[in-house]
Design a protein around this ligand. Sequence first.
Ligand SMILES: Nc1ncnc2c1ncn2[C@@H]1O[C@H](COP(=O)(O)OP(=O)(O)OP(=O)(O)O)[C@@H](O)[C@H]1O
Ligand SMILES: [Mg+2]
Length: 254
Amino acid sequence: MAPLLVGGQPLIDIRAVRKSYFSGSVETPVLHGIDLQVPRGDFLAVMGQSGSGKSTLMNILGCLDLATDGSYLLNGVDVRSLSRAELAVIRNRTIGFVFQSFNLIKRMSVAENVALPLIYAGVSRGKAQAKALAELEKVGLKELAKRTPSQLSGGQQQRVAIARALVADPPLLLADEPTGNLDTQTSVDIMRSLQRLNEETGITILLVTHEPDVAAYARRLVRVSDGRVLYDGPAAPGLEQLAASHAQQMLAAS
Ligand SMILES: Nc1ncnc2c1ncn2[C@@H]1O[C@H](COP(=O)(O)OP(=O)(O)OP(=O)(O)O)[C@@H](O)[C@H]1O
Ligand SMILES: [Mg+2]
């Protein structure tokens, strides 16, 4: 298998990615040719209307689904060349996932939830438990390690999900509307944590959000409309960049 780190290349490199869903012989095209290069250490927010294809794109980036057409190099590796088993290994080593609905396992303790990716990776129970507690400490929840998810607030559950996503030290964090179920103050806390994490560890973060206030924590913004990238630039652009992007859109529409 290819080495985990390949110098110089972007961590994510997708070209002309198309995605259709099929129901029998009926094809529904959703992504119409997406290009995206994400260097290591980037912090990128994806915005766009409901149904524009954001989750579809994230699922492809996370190797949970395959593109119908186009290329995807993850860490320099062509994901299409991999078997399902190889893909699962690359996914476990490279990507941490966070979802809107936390997706924690109800009957397991907080610590067991966080340790799970390490257990899957074959790490011994003792080591996994110790690393899980260290990860929970980073998100300020070590004292709650023995509780079950239902005994936590929404914000605390999302912190547990973040600890679980990070426990195997992946270079990439993918988050689909991580603050979608949280109130404003809790969203701010979560975004500050992600921002600090990105600055301190250099982890690459891609997140989907509907909230401009949430997107503002990112460095870069990608706006998707009807399966196409409409804007790709600074999350808080200067007037000059906004004007250039507006001019580009006018040209594209003409
Ligand atoms: N598994 C699927 N089978 C068929 N169609 C799907 C499937 N998943 C998504 N779609 C369709 O693809 C389009 C894009 O869906 P997607 O979930 O990517 O949108 P989104 O931008 O994430 O929207 P939201 O903001 O509501 O989460 C929608 O029209 C949706 O109905
Ligand atoms: Mg979605």
